[in-house]
Design a protein around this ligand. Structure first.
Ligand code: CTP
Length: 416
C-alpha cells in the first residue's frame, strides 16, 4: 500500500481532498496531508488530520527541527506526492521552481513521482500560461490528471473541475509514475487495478459500432392520485453513465429513462417515461437490441390510483396495490430477447446470493450486483460485482462513470 503525501491547494475543490483521504485510507493507503495557506481557507487542518489520522503540515517553520522531521525527509518518506487540488498558482510555481512555502519546497525537494490534479475556473485552465506550465510539468515527468468538464462553482461551464476522488486514485494505479519499476504498487496489484479501469478501452475489442444497446435508468413513479406518486431514491446516474459509455464506444443507444433531471448523454436516443407500464412499453418498442442493460429501479407495485385528488379530510387513504410487470423477466423470455441481457441487483443484505438468485429467476445472462446499504443511491460512486454463468467478478469501486466504462468494455468483448 502506498504512502501518499497529499498537498491540498487553495480552491473550492479542496473539500474533495477530504473525500480522497477517506477513500485512500479505506483502500489501505497512508496519507500525510500538507495544507497550503490557500487550502486552509477552504478546508481545515482538523478535518484532514481526523480523516488521515496523521499530523497535517502547514508551514515550513513547523519543520524547523530538522533532526525530527525536516522537509527533505517529509518529501522522501512518501511513495508519491499528489497535489490535489492543484491551483493555477501552484502549477505556475511548480513549473518555475519557486519554493516559497512548505508545499512548493517539498515539491522541489522530492525525488518521488509527482501527480497533480488541477481544478480551477475554465478560463484559468485554458489560459496559455497555465497550458504552458502543464506542458512543462509533463515534460519533466509530472503526471497531470486532466480536469473534467461540467458546470463550475463559479457558474461557468467547461473543463476545470476536479475529477471524482475515486477516479484520481484510480489514476495513481493506472499510471505508476515515471519510474517503470513502480515502487509504490506491487506489479500484481497494479495490473489488477489497471484491468478494472477502462480495460480494453484502447484495444480493438472495445468497439460497439453497429450494435444497438438498450438501457433503462432512474426510478419509476407510480401515481396515487393526479398529484401524488410513489417514488424511490434512484438518481439515474449509473444508468446514464452506462448509456454514455455505450455511445462513446460507437453503439446506437436507446435510453429509457424514468423521471430524472439529468442531461441526455451525447449520441443517445432518450425516451422519457413515468411508470413501470410505460417503461415496459418503451423497452419493447425499442427491440431488437444486441444488449439490454436494465439499471432502472422499477417500482414492484403500482397503485389503483384515484382519478381525483385525495382529500386530507377523508382521513388516511387505503391504497390498493397491484404488481407491476417485471421488465427484466419479460425480456428474459421474450421472442426478441437481446443476445446479452443484463440486470442490476440493488441489495442491502446478502448481496451476491440475492443477485445470483435474480440471475436465474429472471433468465438474465449477467447480473451486476450493487450494494446499496451505504450512500450509493444518488451518490457519485459505486462498488459493483459482475455475476455470470461462469462465476463472480469484482468490478471494483470507483465513480459511476469509470464503472460504466469498465462494464461496457466487458460487454463489447462479449458482443465482439
Ligand atoms: N426489474 C425490472 N422490472 C421490475 C423490477 C425489477 O426490470 N418490475 C429489474 C431491474 O431493472 C434490475 C433487476 O430487475 O435490473 C433487479 O431489480 P431489483 O429491484 O433489485 O429486484 P426485484 O426483482 O424488484 O427484487 P427485490 O425488490 O425483492 O429485491
Amino acid at each position: 500500500m502506498a504512502k501518499i503525501l497529499l498537498i491540498v491547494g487553495g480552491g473550492i475543490a479542496a473539500f474533495k481532498a477530504a473525500e480522497l483521504i477517506r477513500l485512500a485510507r479505506r483502500h489501505g493507503h497512508e496519507v500525510t496531508p500538507v495544507l497550503t495557506a490557500g487550502g486552509a481557507h477552504f478546508v481545515t487542518a482538523m478535518t484532514l488530520a481526523a480523516l488521515a489520522e496523521s499530523p497535517v503540515y502547514t508551514s515550513l517553520w513547523d519543520l524547523k527541527d530538522e533532526t525530527e522531521m525536516g522537509h527533505i525527509q517529509l518529501s522522501r518518506a512518501a511513495d508519491l506526492v499528489l497535489v490535489c487540488p492543484a491551483t493555477a498558482d501552484l502549477l505556475a510555481k511548480m513549473a518555475a521552481g519557486i519554493a516559497d512555502d512548505l508545499a512548493t519546497t517539498l515539491l522541489l525537494a522530492t525525488d518521488k513521482p509527482v501527480y497533480a490534479a488541477p481544478a480551477m475556473n475554465v478560463r484559468m485552465w485554458l489560459h496559455d500560461a497555465t497550458q504552458a506550465n502543464v506542458a512543462t510539468l509533463r515534460s519533466r515527468g509530472v503526471t497531470v490528471i486532466d480536469p473534467t468538464e461540467g458546470a463550475m462553482a463559479c457558474g461557468e461551464y467547461g473543463p476545470g473541475r476536479l475529477p471524482e476522488p475515486a477516479d484520481i486514485l484510480a489514476h495513481l494505479f493506472r499510471h505508476p509514475g515515471p519510474d517503470p519499476g513502480s515502487r509504490f504498487f506491487p506489479e500484481e496489484q497494479r495490473q489488477e487495478a489497471e484491468s478494472r479501469i477502462e480495460p480494453g478501452m484502447t484495444s480493438k475489442q472495445a468497439d460497439l459500432t453497429g450494435k444497438h444497446i438498450l438501457v433503462t435508468a432512474g426510478p419509476t413513479h407510480e401515481p396515487i392520485d393526479p398529484v401524488r406518486v410513489i417514488a424511490n431514491r434512484s438518481s439515474g446516474k449509473q444508468g446514464f453513465a452506462i448509456a454514455a459509455a455505450a455511445a462513446a464506444l460507437g453503439a446506437r443507444v436507446t435510453l429509457v429513462a424514468g423521471p430524472v433531471a439529468l442531461p441526455t448523454p451525447p449520441g443517445v436516443a432518450r425516451i422519457d417515461v413515468e411508470t413501470a407500464d410505460q417503461m415496459l412499453a418503451a423497452v419493447e418498442s425499442a427491440l431488437p437490441a444486441d444488449a439490454a442493460i436494465l439499471v432502472a429501479a422499477v417500482a414492484d407495485w403500482k397503485v389503483d390510483a384515484s382519478p381525483t385528488k385525495l382529500k386530507k379530510s377523508a382521513g388516511p387513504p387505503q391504497l390498493s396495490f397491484a404488481p407491476n410487470p417485471d421488465i427484466l423477466a419479460t425480456l428474459g423470455s421474450h421472442p426478441d430477447r437481446p443476445r446479452l441481457l443484463i440486470g442490476f441487483a440493488a441489495e442491502t443484505d446478502d448481496l451476491l446470493a440475492n443477485a445470483a438468485a435474480k440471475r436465474t429467476a429472471k433468465n438474465a445472462d449477467w447480473i451486476v450486483a450493487n450494494d446499496v446499504s451505504g450512500d450509493v443511491m444518488g451518490g457519485a460512486s459505486n462498488h459493483l460485482h459482475l455475476l455470470t454463468a461462469d462465476g463472480t467478478e469484482d468490478l471494483g469501486a470507483g465513480s459511476k462513470e469509470v464503472l460504466a466504462r469498465t462494464l461496457l468494455a466487458r460487454i463489447a468483448q462479449d458482443l465482439a
